[in-house]
Ligand binder design. Sequence first.
Ligand SMILES: Cc1cc2nc3c(=O)[nH]c(=O)nc-3n(C[C@H](O)[C@H](O)[C@H](O)COP(=O)(O)OP(=O)(O)OC[C@H]3O[C@@H](n4cnc5c(N)ncnc54)[C@H](O)[C@@H]3O)c2cc1C
Length: 466
Amino acid sequence: MIRSRIVIIGAGFAGYRTAHTLSRLARGKAGITLLNPTDHFLHLPLLPHVATGVLEPRRVTVSLPGTLPDVRLVLGEADGVDLEQHKVTYTDPEGTRGELSYDRLVLSVGSANKLLPVPGVAEHTHGFRGLPEALYLRDHITRQVELAAAAPDAETCRARCTFVVAGAGHTGVGLAAHGRLFTDALVRKGALWNGIRPRWLLLDTADRVLPGLDERLSATADRVLRGRGVDVRTGTSVKEATPEGVLLDDGEFIGTRTLAWCVGVRPDPLVAGLGRPLERGRLRVDPWLSVPGHPEVFACGDAAAVPDQHHPGRYTPMTARHAWRQGATAAHNVAATLGHGTRRRYRHRDLGSTVDLGGAKAAANPLGIPLSGPLAGAVTRGHHLAAMPGNRVRVAADWLLDALLPRQAVQFGLVRSATAPLDTASPGLARFPAAAPHPTDDRHDPHAQEPSRHRANHREDPHDQQ
Ligand SMILES: Cc1cc2nc3c(=O)[nH]c(=O)nc-3n(C[C@H](O)[C@H](O)[C@H](O)COP(=O)(O)OP(=O)(O)OC[C@H]3O[C@@H](n4cnc5c(N)ncnc54)[C@H](O)[C@@H]3O)c2cc1C
């Protein structure tokens, strides 16, 4: 019997769920290959916990070979798909090129940082889409507070202690809310020896934080953030970023060494190269998640424009919840094309959202019931744990330790600015440009070259130098 070859590109929420479900549905009848640059699934919604020292980085990952034993993992980044020849080309982490042939293909490559043509942003900011960025920020924030304490003058001290987050969506709100608690923990008495306190600003062009969510969630998040001392500025954007600070569109200049760019995401550029119709950069699929004209190709998650069955004319938003559920639908529909079961349309009614605000606080509206305070915090953490396909005990243990012990104020400086550039198609991978100093000094290693899809316009941040 000839086994069908199923290739899944990307092991995030959508791809992991597709692989997991298919390995049950098509056991022994199909060979499933998962192509991903790393050997783990990353639970992105917990990145603020990593960036602010609540969770160690491996906690928010789940091993692919360890949890998907019937799936063949190929480490690498796809850089081309030949829809006519049914072939995927990729580059592995050591720069070796490879090719995979498929009978069925699932594209679940997610999204990357969204860039806007704002001067200085590509050079002086960092996104928040992957572990390298979270690890960089954790070290960077700690280092800025430590450097501030020894700053030669009050102006430098204030700038090092000022943290600006652009974009008040899920990501920016989470980072500012957790970040404020983190810097308070680093500066135990609330202020440095010279009386200067760490300051957090959260900017958005919209008229409220969390503009895409229910207004009651926005109001709760706004209240918690302001109550914690975060300077929330709605209707405000960044006009220019410089090494010394950020120029706002109202003319105010904020001295800072930290601008976190959380203005949104764009679909992974791989799908743009397919030459198929796109919807704001996302690959258009039909309600069965297959690509029109290519019934053997499916797409799901952030990279796919999936028709929203509950809101005709609209597409499902880029959320973990949709990606996870679309992964299951894609698996069922791939199996149906191989003669197992029948295909189904993707439908999912929104059952509410959760927004983690750090500490015991959160904003949530499960089944439309608005919650705030510790109850929302418990619901949100329970939701995080339920959504993780593994590693739950370790995550819960770290949360418990964080509640009982002081936060560890230690930075290793291993992930430097240039390793986590904003302008990259692969936020999940640290980048080691040949010219940049690298902690393990593998720059002379011919295999340590830059993956082809990375762009190199980020220079070493002078603020990284100690
Ligand atoms: C900080 C943060 C917080 C968030 N919080 C929430 C939240 O609270 N609730 C919520 O619903 N959503 C949240 N989101 C959004 C949510 O994480 C995404 O919508 C979700 O991850 C999309 O799933 P996906 O499978 O499409 O993509 P991803 O989970 O991003 O996975 C894509 C995978 O594809 C891989 N890949 C990319 N390109 C290639 C390639 N060329 N070749 C091979 N592999 C490739 C990537 O390495 C990755 O493993 C958050 C996002 C971030 C960044």
